[in-house]
Design a protein around this ligand. Structure first.
Ligand SMILES: [Fe+2]
Length: 142
């Protein structure tokens, strides 16, 4: 390897290290604590803003029911800014993972839908991750 090739390798290595460091820093700043409203029957504004709302919609001809998850309840919509956003939404049926959507700040906000075969399903649990305020969940019985 000549000097020029060696410099290219060093440059590429430095770029990869910088990209890796940025990704690690971003990951370290994600709040992954499991959060719960203090009083489920009377949620505060911040709790309403983070709790996923699960809406069961129509069943299609193949037997899949559309389940929509919106983050925020009572007309309160969670923001989506570069520093504060819903980064994922997941759905489980009776504890089994149905799907998980990852979301980017600004360009998307906390809404996801899944088409699910609900035959014999007893409970659906939606989880939503806010990068600042942790992971919030809502469970509904069917
Ligand atoms: Fe938040």
């Amino acid at each position: 390897m000549n000097r020029r090739e060696a410099l290219k390798v060093v440059g590429v290595t430095a770029i990869l290290a910088a990209v890796g460091a940025e990704a690690k820093m971003k990951e370290e700043h994600m709040n992954r604590l499991e959060m719960k409203p203090k009083n489920q029957a009377k949620m505060e504004k911040g709790e309403l803003k983070h709790s996923p709302q699960v809406t069961i919609k129509d069943k299609d001809a193949k037997g899949y029911t559309l389940v929509e998850i919106t983050v925020g309840q009572g007309g309160i919509v969670h923001p989506s800014t570069p520093d504060h956003w819903i980064d994922f939404i997941s759905l489980t049926a009776d504890g089994k993972l149905i799907g998980k959507s990852t979301l980017e700040p600004e360009i998307s906000r906390g809404i996801a839908s899944f088409a699910v075969k609900l035959d014999n399903v007893k409970t659906l649990t939606a989880k939503a991750g806010c990068n600042l305020h942790g992971i919030w969940s809502t469970t509904v019985s069917i």
